[in-house]
Design a protein around this ligand. Structure first.
Ligand code: EPZ
Length: 417
């Protein structure tokens, strides 16, 4: 099992060009299943989650070729409607293939996505919405055996929670449904808008993506499209948190600042200097972070849950206590015990975590608990005095392309071994 070793307490300086958004490219790749044509997706990040999605496409019968950050999907021939258990286990969020496969094939068989590091990842909102659109679902023995032999029929769907994945699944199922589908209470994340932009360029008729009401007018078929994936806002937040923790200066290139506005607000409150122009963000950190009283994670456009862990690592060094309130995932604080190994002082109670800033952290041997928790451990190790070793870094490879290489170029003493 490979490790990351870091000799910390070095200021970081330089620029990083962001990867394409992991949480955008995954539903977009699923969306190619709906298309009887050839689609070209640019700015695809080289991530293990993206590789898992490509494996699923190939299993379904698509021909997929990758050249640099461009993935070409020929989905004229889709012959299968199942996702093998091992592929489902590789990526829990494969559940949003359900809407696309069932819409194309009239059937879909996949295993119930297990829980993940963040807690039980229920899919009740996905299944009840797809059922309202016409999917019959037989759940037994951990397998979802689904069918809609006559295709989907548009309906009014009311989401009790703005689930990102459920919103994406409904859109993917409704794009070629008969009639109109209206999603009330939809998730508003930028990745939803990116998916809609891709599908509309393939001939779909989707309005309101990015708002809490999305209207999908079903169309007969979709044709191949070309699309460039939006930049990854969580990757952006991670690099900013790293420099805020170590001190230094970073320029992020190819970023959409509006996508991480709440994160920039918190970083400014912590004393960082932030300059935004066009698709660039420059952050300068010259002093110890100031505490921020409360950081609440919320659905977009609120503070993103995925940025909570990397910023928590940064606030372990603040000049006072910062309270995090996690409103999205139950087990977001699994990383806390690992952060404490660096000497961090963090007290959790349910969804509340109080981070009492300390003057310095010390290198430690830790293990990743989940993707963003792994990013938090890297941030802490970069700021810590001494050497750290981080294990189970396959979690990090799921969501960060070239993290080690980029940090080394910023001046970090970091190696994968
Ligand atoms: C997406 O997960 C992202 N993953 C997550 O990013 C992100 O944290 C999350 O949205 C929130 O923004 C991808 O896009 C691949 P949800 P998703 O459905 O769709 C509950 C990362 O690190 N819920 O919005 O699974 C659920 O338990 C990952 O990049 C139900 O109760 O998130 C959770 O508490 C982590 N029933 C909350 O809603 C359902 O049917 C948010 O889930 C679905 C969800």
């Amino acid at each position: 099992m490979s490790l990351i070793t870091i000799n910390g307490a070095k200021k970081l300086k330089g620029s990083v060009r962001l990867q394409g958004a992991k949480n955008s490219v995954l539903p977009i790749l699923a969306g190619t299943v709906l298309i009887k044509g050839i689609s070209v997706i640019h700015n695809c990040p080289a991530l293990s989650d993206a590789t898992a999605a490509i494996k699923i496409l190939r299993h379904l019968g698509a021909t997929v070729s990758c050249e640099g950050h461009t993935v070409t999907v020929d989905s004229r021939e889709i012959t299968a409607f199942d996702i093998p258990d091992e592929l489902m286990r590789e990526m829990r969020s494969s559940i949003f293939f359900l809407g696309a496969i069932s819409a194309r094939m009239g059937r879909a068989v996949l295993s119930s996505p297990g829980g993940c590091e963040l807690g039980p990842r229920p899919i009740d909102l996905h299944l009840s919405a797809l059922n309202e659109l016409g999917l019959t679902i037989d759940e037994g023995g951990g397998v979802l055996n689904c069918s809609c032999p006559n295709g989907y029929t548009g309906a009014d769907i009311n989401l009790s929670f703005p689930s990102v994945g459920a919103t994406e699944n409904i859109i993917l199922a409704a794009v070629t449904a008969k009639g109109v589908t209206r999603i009330n209470g939809a998730a508003k994340e930028p990745e939803i808008s990116d998916l809609a932009d891709f599908l509309n360029s393939a001939g779909a008729n989707i309005h309101g993506a990015g708002s809490d009401t999305v209207i999908i007018n079903g169309v007969g078929s979709l044709s191949g499209a070309t699309h460039t994936v939006i930049p990854d806002r969580i990757e952006a937040a991670t690099y900013l948190a790293a420099v805020a923790a170590t001190g230094g200066k970073i320029e992020l290139l190819n970023v959409i600042p509006a996508h991480l506005a709440p994160v920039l607000t918190v970083l400014k409150q912590s004393g960082c200097e932030i300059n935004v122009s066009g698709k660039s963000i420059v952050l300068t950190a010259t002093a110890r972070p100031k505490r921020v009283p409360v950081i609440r994670t919320l659905p977009y456009p609120g503070f993103p849950t995925d940025a909570g862990s990397p910023l928590m690592a940064m606030f372990t060094l603040a000049d006072g206590s910062t309270m995090f309130v996690e409103n999205i995932f139950e087990n977001r604080y699994k990383v806390v015990d690992e952060l404490k190994r660096f000497g961090a002082k963090i007290y959790t109670n349910g969804r509340v975590a109080v981070v009492e800033g300390v003057k310095s952290l010390s290198g430690a041997t830790v293990q990743c608990t989940d993707l963003r928790g792994g990013a938090a451990l890297v941030v802490a190790a970069l700021a810590a005095n001494g050497t750290s070793e981080i294990g189970k870094i396959s979690h990090i490879d799921r969501g960060y392309e070239g993290l080690i290489e980029n940090l080394a170029l910023l001046g970090a003493d970091i190696k994968r071994c």
